[in-house]
Design a protein around this ligand. Sequence first.
Ligand code: NOJ
Length: 763
Amino acid sequence: MTTRGITRRQLLLATGGAALLSQVPIGLALGHSRDGAKAPAFIEDLIAKMTLQEKAGQLTLFGAAMQNGAAAAANPVTSTGAVSAQIAAAKAGQLTGVFNSSNVLYHERLQKAAMQGRLKIPMIFAADVIHGFTTVFPVPLGESASFEPELARRTARAAGMEASSVGIDWTFAPMVDIARDARWGRGVEGSGEDVLLGKRMADARVRGFQGERGLADPEAVVACPKHFCAYGAAEGGLDYNTTDVSERVLRQTYFPPFQSGFDAGAMTTMASFNEISGIPATGNKWLLDDVLRGEWDFRGVVVSDYTGDEELIAHGYARDGRDATRLAILAGVDMSMQSGLYLKYLPELVESGEVPMEVVDRSVRRVLQLKAQLGLFDDPFRRIKPQAPSRQRLPDTLALAREAARKSVVLLKNEGDVLPLRASGQRIALIGPLAQDWDSTKGPWTLFGGDDSASDLATGLKQAMADASQLSVTAGCGYEKALDGGVDDAVQAAKAADVVVMAIGESRDDSGEARSRTSITVPQVQLDLLAAVAATGKPVVVVLSNGRALALADLLPNAKAVLVSWYLGSSSGLGLADVLFGAHGPSGRLPVSFPREAGQVPYYYDHKITGRPDPHPEKLTAFKTRYMTSPNAALFPFGFGLTYGQIEYGALDLGDARLAADGTLTVRATVHNRGSRDAEEVVQLYLHDRAASITRPKQELKDFKKVAIAAGASVQVEFSLRRSDLLFVGQDLKPTVEPGTFDLWVAPSAEVDGLHATFELLA
Ligand code: NOJ
C-alpha cells in the first residue's frame, strides 16, 4: 500500500480516525456480515443446536499433539494431551483446531474425527508461519530493510502457499508490533521502529498470506496481525513486561500497523501478553471491544496468546481461572489458546449468568464465520491433500528467497571501496562463527524450514568464486566462547589471504521471544577475534548476523566494510555473495536506528525535540538534551544504507510551497549517481510540523521510493503530499491537522539534512 490511491477511510483509519467515519464498514465491503448480526442460516442453525460444552469447544485451541522439535520448543511446555485424546476431543466437538503441526496426515486424522462428530464442524489448523515455511525467507526485520513492501507480499504469498499445502489455514503472522528498544528480542519478528514502514509492511504481508482470490482459496491462509497491542513497548525491552502507553501514543504509533492489516482484510488478531497502563490486553474491553470492534468495525476473531487468559491471574488482574475466563471473554477474546480455561469454565459461567449466552454465541459465530470464509464448511479437506503433488517449494521459491536475501542486506561502511570483492584473483579468508552455520541463517522463528537446499556464507562464496580453492574457512571462535588456538588459526588464515570476510554477530538464539538482552553489542570474544585479524593489516569486511539494532562503535575501527545481514534464510549465502561480489549492489536501509550505545535505548529517530534540543551533537553543550557521554543521535540512523554508487541529492522543487486544504503539494527531488556502478536508492521524505497543539516528532517519514539509478545518471523522484498526510492525534484524541509551517526533507536517511525546504499548510 502506498499513501497514494487509498481511500479517505483508510487514511483516517490509519491515523486512528475511525470514530469520525460513518461510511461503509470494512467488513461489509469485504463481504462479511456485520458483527453481532445473524450469520448465514446454516451457522445460526448450528449455534442453535450446539450444547454449551460444544460452544466452549469451538472457542478452544490447543497446540498440536504432533509437533516437530522446533515447533514444540517455541512455547513453554504445557501439556497438549496425547494424540488419541486430541482426536477424541475433535470428534466430541471439544476442540476448534490445533496449531503448529506441519503434518498433513495428522491434520487429516483430526479433520476426519471432526467429521464423525455430532455436528461435523470442521477444525481449523494454525501455525506460526512467520517468514517462510519450507523455504525460509529473511527474518521480517531484515526483509523490512528492503523498503520493498511488494517483496514482503511475494514472500508471504509463497509462505502461505507452502503452508496451506499441508493443511494450514491460519498463520499467526504478521507480527506488526512497532519496536523501539533494541534490547527487546522480538523486534526481529516485525518491521522495526517506524509507523509508515510498519503500515506498508503489515498491509503487504496480510495481502500476501491471504492471496488475491479470497480466503476460501485453498492456497490462502488467513492472517493474524499480532500482538494487539503495544507489546513492543515493554518497559526496559524486557519481554512480557509492563507497558504504560498513553492513548495518544497507542493511536499515533502502535495502532496504525494493525489498522493497515485489517484494512487489507486480516480476519484475526491475537491479544498481546502485556498489560497496558494497568489493564492486560487479554482482559482489556476498551481495546478489544470499544476500539477494535466498535471504532474499527473489525469482524474477525480475536485469539488469546499462548495461555494469555490464564496469565491474567499472574498479572494480578484475575482471582483464578474461572475469573480469568470471565474477564477474557467479556473483554472480547473469542478464542482461548492453550490454557483450556474456556472449555473448563465457560459453561458454568453461562449457567450462573456471569457470562451472557449472547457473548458466547457471538464469539462462536465469529469462529464459525471464519471457518466458513476459509471454505472449510464446503470442503473441510480443501487444504489437506496428502495425495496431491506437493505445492511446497515451487521452482521459483528459492530464487525468491535469494532475491529477498540480497535485498535485505544493508551496507553501513565501505572504506576505500573494499567492496565489491573480485570473484577471481583474490584470496579470501572467511572467518568467524557464522561462516559455516546454516542453522543460524534461519533466525529465531523458523519452526518448519528444511535445510536441504540452504546456503550458508561459505557455500555462497564458493559458488560465486571462479576458483573455490582461493577460499579458506576458519571459525576462529564460538559465539560467546574462545576456541583453543582459534585466534591463531584465524590470524594465519588472514595473513595468507588478500581480503578477510568476517562472519560475526549474534546467534539465532540471541533474539526472538523471551530473548531480551541488556547488551546490544557483538560478543566480546568475537570483537577480540576481529581485532586480532584486523591487526594483520588485511582489509576486513564484516558480515553481521543480528536480530536487533546493534551498537557498533567498538567494531567499526577494525572493519573496512560492514554489511548487516540479519538472518537471511534459505538462500542466505547466495544472496550475500550476490552483494559481496557486486552482481547486485546493496539496496537495503536500516528499519531501526543503530544507537551509539545500549544506554540510549529505547532510541528511535522520530523522537520529540524537547525544550532544550542539542544544537551540536558532536560536542558537549551543557544543559541540553544529550548524555554526558553521548549525543542524543544514532550512530547509523533509521533509513541509512550505502550503495556501490555515489549518491548525491541535487535540487528540490516544491513549486509555490503552499498546500491548500483540498490540494496536493508536489515535491520533486533530483538524485544523482556520480559513481561508476549502478545503484538503488531509497529516497525518503520526512516532515516536521513546527508548531502544533500537540508537540510533534523531530521528523516523521511520510513516503519513500526505491529507485534504480544507473552509473552516472540522475533521476527525478516525485512525491505528492496531501493534507491527510499531515494528520496527527490531537488533544481530543481524534485525527487533527493544523495549518502552519512544515519542514520537509528529501534525504537518504533520517537525521541527515539531505534536501531541506519548508512549506505552508493553508487553512
Ligand atoms: C507465543 C507468541 O507470543 C505468539 O507470537 C505465538 O503465535 C504463540 N506463542 C503460538 O506459538
